[in-house]
Write a protein that binds this ligand. Structure first.
Ligand code: FEO
Length: 395
């Protein structure tokens, strides 16, 4: 499959309808994804990125249907991660001398992955490549989301090839932002930001401020995953600006695990107290052992505060909360309040363990949390309800 984006640029990537996990098992994918590669046919012919290695042969066969590979003058590797560079070895076997334009860090990464000394051409911000009617301008975007990442801007047609930035793990045969379900699109876009880009938010903001200050026209943003932004393309840039500045909605997310439902009952009583104190507050509860971790992290990203609950087990917390707090720490959430809760039978360490983990992960603790012995009785549940009310009043 390939299709023309305009009279010079074609999409030559691969839609991966079956994908369920990305980055190993680090990122859950519910609606498939795509590896977007682009072919520009101006006076010079340019290939921007490739696809993931399992689709390399299909990618080359597809390319050969529309072009003789020898006609490719330049390859641009906006980002060396395997989902975009995976077909390079197959391609370079066919056209071994073709120059590959990428950042200096891109050369290091590509050599690290493939151990090949291809004809690399390092580029920096502001470097230009004249391809005929259009020029390509390179913009380094380090840590959006790897050190090597660059954007390529095509002046004339005003297209920004942004690689991972502004992408979504979202497979659709429609391939344009104005043709797909907007709720689905934005759900996947915010999940992608929360789980991949959030740790680099200060750099995202700086890069976008810099891009907007250039005041160059952008008629289309072509990311490396998901749909192309052609209708009001700056909408996603403005969303990234919003998301990169300690984003929060009027939401509290309660994440717990439970052995015999005591901690679950605490969670529900705390939720009732929160809602009583602020009936505009959106309160969401998730059992960490039963719910997709990336989906919960997306809800945490949208929240102004979180509550974590675990019973005490073996002087610590349940494993689902350990995994969750590790992942949350890695995503460097900012400006979010928190507290912990949990049941216990005798030693009762879980609330202190969770409180420490929340603190280490950068959350702002508003209390020492709340414990309930054994199966919480009605008095304990009233205390939880009141705790929820107090927590809401501290937000
Ligand atoms: Fe960072 Fe889509 O790879």
């Amino acid at each position: 499959m390939n299709f023309n984006i305009n009279n010079r640029v074609s999409w030559v990537g691969k839609i991966d309808w079956e994908l369920k996990w990305f980055h190993g098992y680090e990122y859950s994918v519910h609606k498939g994804s795509s590896y977007n590669a682009y072919l520009i046919r101006d006076k010079k012919t340019v290939l921007i990125d490739t696809v993931w290695q399992p689709f390399a042969k299909e990618f080359i066969a597809n390319l050969k249907e529309i072009i003789d590979l020898d006609q490719i003058d330049y390859i641009i590797s906006n980002h060396a991660e395997i989902d975009h560079s995976g077909a390079l070895p197959e391609l370079m076997r066919e056209i071994p001398e073709t120059p590959i334009y990428c950042s200096a860090n891109g050369i290091k990464s590509l050599k690290g992955h493939f151990h090949e000394d291809w004809n690399f051409v390092p580029v920096k911000t502001g470097d230009r490549l004249d391809i005929g009617e259009n020029k390509l301008v390179f913009i380094e975007a380090p840590m959006l989301h790897w050190p090597d990442s660059i954007f390529t801007y095509m002046s004339g047609d005003n297209i920004l090839f942004s690689n991972d930035a502004f992408g979504q793990h979202y497979a659709s045969e429609f391939m344009y932002n104005d043709l797909v379900d907007q709720a689905e699109l934005y759900h996947e876009a915010i999940k992608y930001y929360a789980n991949i880009l959030n740790p680099f938010s200060p750099l995202v903001k700086k890069k976008i401020d810099g891009l907007l200050a250039l005041e160059v026209p952008v008629d289309m943003i072509c990311p490396a995953h998901g749909v192309i932004w052609r209708q009001d393309p700056l909408q996603i840039v403005n969303k990234y600006l919003e998301w990169s500045q300690a984003y929060q909605e009027n939401q509290v997310t309660i994440v717990y695990d439970t052995m015999w439902n005591g901690t679950r009952r605490m969670a529900e009583s705390i939720a009732a107290g929160l809602i009583k104190a602020d009936d505009h507050l959106e309160v969401k509860l998730y059992n960490a052992a039963k719910t997709d971790r990336n989906d919960i992290l997306t809800e945490v990203f949208k929240s102004k505060a979180i509550l974590l609950g675990s019973p005490t087990v073996n002087r610590s917390i349940l494993a689902s909360l350990s995994a969750f707090t590790d992942a949350a720490a890695g995503l460097s959430f900012k400006n979010k309040k928190a507290a912990a809760f949990g049941t216990y039978g005798w030693s009762g360490e879980s609330v202190a363990v969770l409180t420490n983990r929340l603190k280490e992960a950068g959350f702002q603790l508003v209390s020492d949390g709340i414990k309930a012995a054994w199966n919480p009785n009605s008095d304990a549940l009233v205390r939880c309800y009141q705790f929820g009310q107090q927590f809401a009043n501290q937000l």
